[in-house]
Design a protein around this ligand. Sequence first.
Ligand SMILES: Nc1ncnc2c1ncn2[C@@H]1O[C@H](COP(=O)(O)OP(=O)(O)O)[C@@H](O)[C@H]1O
Ligand SMILES: [Mg+2]
Length: 233
Amino acid sequence: MSSDDLVRVTGVSRDYRTSGQVVHAVREVSFTAGRGELVAVRGRSGAGKTTLLNMVGGLDRPTAGRIDVAGHEVTAAGERELLALRRDTIGFVFQSFGLIPILSAAENVGVPMRLAKVPAAEREQRVAVLLEMVGLGGHAAQRPYEMSGGQQQRVAIARALANDPPLLIADEPTGQLDSETGRAVMDLLRALVNERGMTALVATHDPTLVELADRVLVLRDGRMVQEAASVAA
Ligand SMILES: Nc1ncnc2c1ncn2[C@@H]1O[C@H](COP(=O)(O)OP(=O)(O)O)[C@@H](O)[C@H]1O
Ligand SMILES: [Mg+2]
């Protein structure tokens, strides 16, 4: 593993077995992502994008293969270590935002810091900085249902960055947004990667989003069929 590799995925497969049927959702996929890289994972619905990202993030385990993130062997980690990884090392952004409806924007962003036992004063200060960073400084007190989809996704991004993780995983983050709002969210991710030097792994079939990536991984029926430099890079 080169010292610049933040993510290393080696020969990873994931089979699902349901009522006698076996689905090969991900088949022998290998790739690395360097520090400060924005890597897009493209492929049509059912290609295995979510399965792959969930395994990299420790939400699911491969049937075969090995995954390392920031020096941690995710595939060997026990439940306790996985919890710590998801709290400190990996931030997640989902298509459906996943905010807690009864909490304000600021409280939602603060949740991972509470889990990490960040003292209240420091938490409040960091929450304010994060909301400012995603352009929502004036919206701290609003609840998810009082915000647009694009605003909710920006809150979710701020929350994913709460504990300053070296890796951000985003699964079709613009999938529920109109194209203009989706573009703004993607520009934000690109800017955050540039400013913070974090690594981002972003599943999408949005072509504008793919253009902003440093590299594009293409999945088809669970296999990686192509790894290409972005046309914009
Ligand atoms: N929990 C599951 N049980 C059985 N099959 C699943 C499960 N999750 C996903 N699959 C199957 O695995 C394949 C890849 O799915 P997924 O990773 O969600 O693809 P994508 O995110 O690219 O749309 C699909 O054929 C899907 O039906
Ligand atoms: Mg998916």
